[in-house]
Design a protein. Structure first.
Length: 386
């Protein structure tokens, strides 16, 4: 027998390389932002051979990409645990999204985070249905319960149809197929997207509540409609940006915009002071001050329309009065997404499913909340052993 074929590799050696090298490369690429091309050059320069072929004894970029994207089950599992724990326990979550490219198509990366967790998911859609599916976590079921029917009532679905569907006990469906079969059996056209959308959203929202996810958490976002679910709060920074985007044409209009922006930022400081020391008596004064500011009429049509629009969102803009722990902005979400934007600009999009998952899960960036790096540290240690 050939002596080479009878020798066993040392423990931890898989595919011709050990766990430490795998961890080193993953850390350089994700934490150090070293591109795959530079990582390939580095491995070749130090004489590391990771190819499985005996004919080519140097690393290629394709092999390095496989090295960085395959066998990352520890990261995927850890990421799922972080998201589930956060959705169960967090008193608030902030959310935001950014564009992404995958398989030569436009995708969207959504960030969901709280004080002690953050998670990212990349999908082809940024609809409310997709966002609810992200909040559902790893569950795939649909539930028609009180929460689902309240959701449908808010969407002004025919009350007679809701009365026909409602049962004494909640109905739970393992996945989308039996759920659609049940709706079709009750006379709902499941092939009409406009008709079926609110029922699909309600079924997922019912599942979210059934599993104890989100709970009483406040969802803080910009004015994007897909995030407006549950107990919602608006980001003040995004609200003020709407004034900044106005294009006044006369000195008087410029003066009106400047005055309103100054009033809003002063009001914002008052909200921050209330957040530090909540006082029910002060809350009444803050509400009255809000009404005075956003009831102003300047004669500048676009500005007056915007003030009226923001006044209609009073409950969401003043959520902090009833929930002082709620952030006044989504800066944390924007900061967490910054790494994705940098990665997209440098490396472009992803091609394979493994690559997409690796980019959204194996991200120990220094500016992420503390709990995520703790969980990922365990994933780094186990990554080379998979």
């Amino acid at each position: 027998m050939d002596a080479r074929s009878s020798r066993r590799c040392p423990a931890g050696i898989k595919g011709g390389y050990g766990a430490s090298l795998r961890r080193f490369c993953l850390m350089l690429h994700s934490h150090g932002q070293v591109t795959t091309q530079r990582l390939t050059t580095l491995l070749n320069d130090v004489g590391v051979e990771i190819t499985a072929s005996s004919l080519a004894m140097i690393a290629t970029k394709r092999q390095v990409i496989r090295f960085l994207t395959e066998r990352l089950d520890g990261f995927h599992a850890g990421d799922a645990v972080v998201l589930h724990a956060g959705l169960v326990s967090a008193p608030f979550v902030t959310v935001d999204d950014t564009g992404a490219r995958h398989a030569n198509r436009n995708f969207h990366t959504t960030q969901i985070g709280g004080e002690h967790f953050t998670a990212f998911r990349t999908a082809p859609s940024k609809s409310r249905l997709n966002f609810l599916a992200l909040l559902r976590g790893n569950y795939q079921d649909y539930v028609l319960n009180d929460a689902a029917f309240t959701f449908l009532e808010d969407r002004q679905v025919d009350p007679a149809l809701l009365a026909h569907l409602k049962t004494r006990e909640p109905r739970r469906f393992a996945n989308q197929v039996p759920f659609l079969e049940y709706l079709a059996a009750n006379g709902i056209d499941i092939f009409d997207k406009e008709i079926i959308r609110p029922f699909a959203e309600a079924g997922i929202w019912g599942a979210i509540r059934h599993h104890g996810l989100v709970g009483n958490a406040v969802i803080v976002s910009d004015d994007a409609g897909q995030f407006r679910v549950g107990t919602h709060a608006l980001c003040w920074v995004h609200a003020e940006r709407l004034l900044h985007k106005l294009m006044p044409a006369t000195p008087g209009q410029v003066r009106h915009v400047k005055t309103l922006r100054d009033l809003i930022w002063r009001f914002y400081k008052a909200l921050k002071a209330y957040q530090r020391r909540p006082d029910p008596r002060a809350a009444r004064g803050i509400q009255a001050r809000f009404d005075r500011i956003f009831s102003l009429r300047t004669g500048y049509g676009d500005l007056d329309k915007l003030l009226f629009r923001l006044r209609r969102r009073k409950a969401e803009l003043l959520r902090v009065l009833e929930r002082p722990e709620t952030p006044l902005h989504t800066n944390a979400s924007e900061r967490d997404l910054r790494g994705f934007v940098i990665k997209r600009k440098i490396s472009g999009g992803t091609v394979s499913r493994n690559g997409r998952q690796a980019r959204q899960h194996a991200r120990p960036d220094e500016d992420l909340p503390k709990a995520r790096p703790v969980v990922l540290a365990l994933s780094w240690r186990s990554a080379g052993d998979q």
